[in-house]
Ligand binder design. Structure first.
Ligand code: BGC
Length: 246
């Protein structure tokens, strides 16, 4: 069963059809730049273009960088605040003519890693996935079940949002080397550990392909591993989120 997965990010909106049996992308992914400003109608237009590119007529799943409940967007840390209160699922359905499910982007990445990637052999216990990108996204699973819309990237560390200290964007903006960056990330993950005691921590986002550079500075009780689906987790997980539409 194939679902079109669409990952909405700060700089690009990417889509590809995903085979939910295997978790594989079955046609070359298609990316368009995120409109600036990324207001609802402009983003919905791009989502419509992606669906048309694939001549898509079935179910669509989308990952969105905010708290999303029943399709409605509730926060806007790194997106236009015009999104708050908007039914994104309805907007994207209108733009594509297809049934659309919208979930938080980190929850999407977590679903993909738990089904096909670094978490697939960890269906028991507590797994925390963090995505390190423009912001910090989080997803928590207990015995394989997602607790949706956790927002641990906004935990306050030394008076600042964790994502302003330890996201990949923070590393770049503050010109941090791997060691100081690793120490900042460690501080965040130690605080997470103090509060929820995960058995496994999966580190995702584009930066996870350089995990050997900063993992040496992490000192945690939990086992820490890099995400396995790398670039595709967002698309694959977005599609998985819409599994119940198929
Ligand atoms: C948002 C989260 C999102 C994360 C990663 C944070 O700023 O609040 O909802 O998952 O960025 O995009």
């Amino acid at each position: 069963m194939a679902v079109l997965g669409i990952d909405i990010g700060g700089s690009g909106i990417k889509g590809a059809p995903v085979d939910l049996q295997t978790g594989e992308i079955i046609a070359e992914r298609f990316r368009l730049p995120t409109p600036d400003p990324a207001k609802p109608k402009a983003v919905a237009t791009v989502v419509g273009e992606i669906a048309r590119h694939f001549k898509w007529e079935g179910a669509i799943g989308s990952g969105f960088p905010a708290v999303v409940s029943n399709g409605v967007v509730y926060t806007a840390a790194n997106i236009s605040d015009k999104w708050i209160g908007v039914d994104a699922a309805h907007e994207f359905s209108t733009a594509t003519g297809c049934p659309v499910k919208v979930i938080n982007d980190a929850d999407a990445a977590g679903l993909a890693e738990m089904r096909y990637g670094a978490g697939k052999d960890h269906q028991k216990g507590v797994v925390l996935l963090v995505t390190l990108g423009t912001g910090i996204g989080s997803a928590i699973f207990t015995d394989g079940t997602l607790l949706p819309n956790t927002e641990f990237g906004h935990m306050r560390i030394r008076g600042k949002d964790a994502e302003h200290r330890a996201s990949d964007a923070a590393r770049k903006n503050h010109h941090l080397g791997w060691k100081p960056y690793g120490k900042k990330l460690n501080e965040f993950l130690q605080e997470m550990e103090r509060l929820i005691w995960p058995d496994l921590i999966i580190v995702g986002g584009g930066i996870s392909k350089s995990s050997d550079k900063f993992f040496p500075y992490l000192s945690l009780h939990a086992k820490v591993v890099a995400a396995q689906l790398l670039n595709n987790a967002g698309i694959v997980g977005a599609a998985l989120g819409a599994e119940d539409l198929t």
